[in-house]
Design a protein around this ligand. Structure first.
Ligand SMILES: NC(=O)c1ccc[n+]([C@@H]2O[C@H](COP(=O)([O-])OP(=O)(O)OC[C@H]3O[C@@H](n4cnc5c(N)ncnc54)[C@H](O)[C@@H]3O)[C@@H](O)[C@H]2O)c1
Length: 350
């Protein structure tokens, strides 16, 4: 199958793209590559089976979709603080961009479409074991954008009477290694902080629930969603994770502490975290036969080993989403204010 992965160079995308290629699919990645050339290994290995398109989901040419049979959207500004930086930009990318991609895909005759939503749509969850039909109470712009686009994508499936086989997957918080690492996700950051400073800060009280899922298992869920029979996925929403991976944040900190002797767990003086959701994952198991394969403890060990072996630089700016977006904003400002002939420091003669 020819699959377009929007955001295919990101944390999830740069694990998903090689997995699709390995399974024999051709892949077009549409990405702005804000976190660098994270697909360079896959490029070398798979040659023309992988096409990279550097562009914006808000303005890319519809011709990019020519010949594409399935689209997976894992693009956008990917956490609460980065989304709060510029609300208008976030709405334009995460809402307008997400809708535009789905509309253009349908117009181009793409049949299968999978949108990456988030379990954060449950926000301040009502009770434990939230299912796909439970009420959503998003508490951030990031999560409200997810609600809007997942509803939009569902409506496209209904309006097209099943011709456009679109669905949404609500991902638990992801963990594990990726070529575009993220040290702003709970398990990854706690492991990094314990390794580097022997200290884990717990925000928001620590009693709040979160479900977790490994990045390789997320990639497998997307592949399950593009290859399942139409009647199982069209117009559907699936929580992606496993029931046993729901953990209260303080307990998560204790698990990371136990993996790294000498680590202390400290409560940060913050307001209670309004995001508190414990999620049920029975539907994806029953309908798609999907089970996760990597445990939280495996993920902690994996990140720890990469830090220990020097394969992962804990200080790399690009592994911190907010820091990288702040840097790009500052760079853009400096260029517009100071550049001569597009240059800041060097001159054509230097
Ligand atoms: N990682 C998680 O825990 C998690 C959980 C739930 C949902 N999600 C969702 O999954 C998706 C992928 O998350 P991720 O962790 O890989 O994030 P990420 O930030 O690593 O990846 C997002 C990718 O989108 C690209 N991008 C940003 N703006 C763009 C634009 N205007 N045009 C084209 N490309 C653009 C970035 O360059 C990046 O490669 C996001 O939509 C995120 O909200 C992630």
């Amino acid at each position: 199958m020819h699959v377009l992965v929007a955001g295919g160079a990101g944390y999830i995308g740069s694990v998903l793209t090689p997995m699709l290629l390995k399974e024999g699919h051709s892949v077009t990645v549409l990405d702005r590559f804000y976190f660098g050339p994270t697909l360079s290994v896959a490029e070398r290995e798979y040659g023309t089976k992988l096409r990279l398109v550097k562009g914006y989901i808000r303005s890319f040419s519809p011709s990019v979709l020519s010949g594409v049979e399935a689209v997976i959207d894992v693009s956008g500004i990917s956490n609460d603080p980065a989304c709060d930086l510029e609300a208008d930009l976030t709405k334009s990318v995460n809402i307008d961009g997400g809708k535009r991609l789905a509309v253009l895909a349908r117009e181009a005759g793409v049949r299968r479409y999978v949108y990456s939503s988030s379990c954060s749509v449950y926000g301040h969850g009502e009770g434990l074991g939230l299912v796909e039909t439970s009420n959503r109470h998003p508490v951030s712009l990031y999560a409200r954008a997810k609600v809007e686009v997942e509803d939009f994508v569902k409506k496209l499936a209904i309006d097209s009477r099943g011709e456009f086989e679109s669905c949404a997957v609500r991902l638990a918080t992801v963990f594990g290694l990726s070529p575009r690492m993220r040290f702003d996700l709970a398990i990854n950051v706690m492991t990094k902080n314990a390794y580097v400073g022997r200290r884990i800060m717990v925000d928001g009280g620590g009693r709040q629930w979160r479900p977790f899922v490994h990045v390789q298992d997320v990639a497998r869920a997307f592949i399950a969603a593009i290859t399942a029979p139409s009647e199982k996925v069209t117009g559907e929403v699936f929580n992606v994770g496993s029931d046993g991976s729901n953990v209260q944040i303080l307990n998560l900190a204790f698990r990371v502490r136990d993996a790294i002797p000498g680590t202390e767990v400290v409560h940060a003086l913050t307001d209670p975290d309004l995001r508190d959701y414990n999620v049920n994952f029975e539907k994806i198991r029953r309908v798609l036969g999907y089970e996760t394969t990597v445990t939280i403890d495996d993920g902690i060990r994996e990140v720890l080993a990469a830090l220990h072996d020097g394969r992962l630089d804990p200080d790399e700016r690009r592994w911190y989403t907010l820091r990288q977006y702040l840097f790009l904003r500052e760079a853009e400002r400096a260029l517009s204010e100071l550049a001569v002939d597009g240059r800041l420091l060097s001159s054509p003669l230097s």
